[in-house]
Every structure is written in structure tokens, then in C-alpha cells.
Ligand binder design. Structure first.
Ligand code: NAD
Length: 370
């Protein structure tokens, strides 16, 4: 097994600490049963950091994040800190760490577990076994492009405008991240744009095609217009492996793909930065859900989104695909055994707490390696 991996764990607020405790259980199992040595640092972010240090993102957290092989985050925010000035809000800690780590690629998998296929609003046969990944560019495009504004025209009417802008390096680095991921998955990338209308999309398509020919010809590349992609996502989502797209198209398509799976408590995510000389990328893994103040402290939160985020960390940052597979298989098995936290409860199943779900998952891991 490879050398010691450094993980920075940031439980954050609300259910963040509860779900992260179950990830710690899985990490302990990895150390004991798979001889994977982790060097775990725990840090502060969000409301917990405000209470302890006066600000949502302590310098120590950033320094530890810089040293770590990967960062695992629970969630931030809650009513206790809602009235603070904008710059001091817990959520600023999250935006701050993403910015400081230069995380430009947001990975949102849509994975449908057999046992939960009926929770989707789509027919079982359309979504059962679905495993796709949306790679969204996170720091460019129309959400940041200049010029932008609202002007008053001479006749008194107003004009609002934003600018969709992408440069060669921005397109190539996000496309490169998607191609690298495809090599660890099904080997296919579909690049989504609006090249029949937008100049910026014409450039996007040309640059993706160029990079593919130069460095990634082993990956199968296709292109699709965003309007067709949105239709295909609900018509036949299993045709996709990795979808790569710009900031705004990715924002919309990733939420659409998330709903194919049916539950917020099951959705992991990752954000990646640029690769260093050794090909190692800065990376932060977190569930898609927030701190869920309405259920915090009750011990009923679903820990699976955070545990699946840890599985993504193993696969994409730590070169431990086998262990990632084990966690995903254990998740399938635990769901097939009929255990459900409240958010995914179905008739005839057994309702369990956060910690019972974590314990059951570890038991399934045991069975898989015995
Ligand atoms: P939320 O995701 O926290 O909760 C939405 C609903 O889903 C709630 O009813 C909650 O109980 C339920 N839910 C969420 N995760 C669950 C889980 N693992 N198991 C069971 N049920 C779960 O979103 P919100 O209520 O809009 O936001 C609450 C706080 O979280 C706010 O302060 C918000 O700013 C923050 N937030 C943080 C993040 C993050 O840290 N990445 C993301 C979204 C929201």
C-alpha cells in the first residue's frame, strides 16, 4: 500500500460533525483492515471557526489544506450566525477555501443505487444503475465575465448584460480534468456547449477538440449542444459517462442530473484545482447538502453523501480505486439490506439513525473483504 496520506477533515456546522463522525469510522476501518495509513488533521471552518477564532476561515485551516493530499468537508452555516455581516458569514469560509485552493473544476456524480431507483421521478429502467459525472467549470464564464451591469438608456429604459467569456487555458484545464477523470471511469467525455449560436462555445469546442487530439486520443470524445444535452439527460442519461461544460450550463445540468437520483442525503461532490508537476491536484470533497439545522443534533442525518465523498477522495486524489469501489459496493449492500435514514425512508424498510447507518456500512465492508 502507498505511503501515508494526509487528510484535512473539516466537520463544520450542524449535521457536518455528525456525518463526518461516520466517515471517521470508515477511515478507521481502512487503517485496520486495508493497512492504509492516514495522517488525519482536523480543522475549523464556518460557524465553528467563528466561535473559536472570530472568523470563518482561520489561516491555520488554509495552511493545513495546502499541506494535505485532500480536504474533506462536512457542511457550514446555521441560524446562530445568520445575522453576522456578509464577510463574516460561515458560508464565506467555504467560498474562501475554494478560492484559496484554486478549485476550478466541480465534479458532481449522479449515481443511482438499485435499491433507491424508485425514489427518482423518472422510470426505474431509465435510471437504475446510472453512474455519470458532470464536470462544471467553476471560476469563469458568464458568472464572472466582464463587462456586466445594468445601464439606464437615454429613453429611460434599462439594459442588463453579462458576458460569457472563456480563454484557451481555462478551457484546456477543465477539459484536461474531464479527460483525466474519464480515464479512471468509462473512458468517454461528452463536451456540452452552444456552438451553433455562441462564439465563446465555438472556441470551447475547438480547444476541447485540439487538446483531445494532442493528449487524450485514448478517450472517446463527443460534443452536444446544451439544449439537446438537457433533453438527453432525462430521456436516456445512461448514454453518458463524463460530461464537461462551462459554469452556467454546468450549474443547470448538474442540478438536473442530481434529481435523477432522488435524494440530497446521497449526493457527493468534489472540487479540483490545477495539477502540480507530479499530477497531483488540490482537492476538496464534500456532500452536496448543507448543515441541515432542522435536524442537527437529532442523530438522524444520512451520512452516505459524505461517505461517498470520501470514496471520491480515495478514487480521484489518493489512487485507491479498489477501496473506493469497496465503499460504493458496501453502500449498495446496506441499502439492499433495507436500512434507511429518515430522508430516504420507504415503506417496508427499517428506519435507522446516522450512527447505525455508519456501523452497518462498516459491517458490509467487513463482509466484502472476508
Ligand atoms: P440543507 O441541504 O442543509 O437542507 C435542506 C433539507 O434537506 C433540510 O430539510 C435537511 O434536513 C435535509 N437534509 C440535508 N442533508 C441531509 C442529510 N444528510 N440527511 C437527511 N436530511 C438532509 O439546505 P438549507 O436548509 O437550504 O441550508 C441550511 C444551512 O446550510 C444554511 O446555513 C446554508 O447556507 C448552509 N448550506 C451549506 C452548504 C455547504 O456547506 N456546502 C450547502 C448548502 C447550504
Amino acid at each position: 500500500m502507498a505511503g501515508k496520506k494526509t487528510l484535512l477533515v473539516l466537520p463544520g456546522d450542524g449535521i457536518g460533525a455528525e456525518v463526518m463522525a461516520e466517515v471517521r469510522r470508515v477511515i478507521e476501518w481502512m487503517a485496520k483492515k486495508r493497512s492504509v495509513a492516514f495522517d488525519i488533521r482536523e480543522g475549523l471552518i464556518g460557524g465553528a471557526a467563528i466561535d473559536a477564532t472570530g472568523g470563518p476561515l482561520p489561516d491555520k485551516t488554509l495552511a493545513d489544506a495546502d499541506q494535505a493530499d485532500a480536504v474533506l468537508l462536512g457542511a457550514v452555516g446555521g441560524p446562530k450566525w445568520e445575522k453576522l455581516p456578509y464577510e463574516k458569514l460561515p458560508e464565506r469560509g467555504l467560498l474562501g477555501i475554494r478560492k484559496e485552493m484554486g478549485l476550478f473544476a466541480n465534479l458532481r456524480p449522479a449515481l443511482v443505487f438499485e435499491a433507491l431507483a424508485d425514489a427518482s421521478t423518472l422510470k426505474r429502467e431509465v435510471v437504475a444503475g446510472l453512474d455519470i459525472m458532470i464536470v462544471r467549470e467553476l471560476t469563469g464564464g458568464i458568472y464572472f465575465g466582464q463587462p456586466r451591469g445594468v445601464d439606464t438608456l437615454p429613453d429611460g429604459t434599462r439594459k442588463g448584460y453579462d458576458t460569457e467569456v472563456y480563454t484557451t487555458p481555462e478551457i484546456q484545464r477543465i477539459a484536461g480534468a474531464a479527460f483525466d477523470l474519464a480515464r479512471k471511469r468509462g473512458g468517454k467525455v461528452c463536451s456540452v456547449d452552444k456552438a451553433n449560436v455562441l462564439r465563446s462555445s465555438i472556441l470551447w469546442r475547438e480547444e476541447v477538440t485540439k487538446l483531445h487530439a494532442a493528449e487524450y486520443s485514448d478517450v472517446q470524445l463527443s460534443h452536444m449542444y446544451v439544449d439537446n444535452a438537457s433533453m438527453q439527460l432525462v430521456r436516456n442519461p445512461k448514454q453518458f459517462d463524463v460530461i464537461v461544460t462551462g459554469n452556467m450550463f454546468g450549474d443547470i445540468l448538474s442540478d438536473c442530473a442530481a434529481m435523477l437520483t432522488g435524494s440530497l442525503g446521497m449526493l457527493p461532490s468534489a472540487s479540483l484545482g490545477a495539477a502540480d508537476k507530479k499530477g497531483r491536484r488540490k482537492a476538496l470533497y464534500e456532500p452536496v447538502h448543507g448543515s441541515a439545522p432542522d435536524i442537527a443534533g437529532k442523530g438522524i442525518a444520512n451520512p452516505l453523501a459524505t461517505i461517498l465523498s470520501f470514496a471520491m477522495c480515495l478514487r480521484y486524489s489518493l489512487e485507491m480505486a479498489t477501496e473506493a469501489d469497496l465503499i460504493e459496493q458496501a453502500t449498495r449492500n446496506v441499502l439492499a439490506s433495507g436500512l434507511r435514514t429518515a430522508d430516504i425512508m420507504q415503506t417496508g424498510m427499517a428506519r435507522v439513525s446516522t450512527s447505525v447507518m455508519g456501523e452497518a456500512l462498516v459491517r458490509e465492508l467487513d463482509k466484502l473483504v472476508s
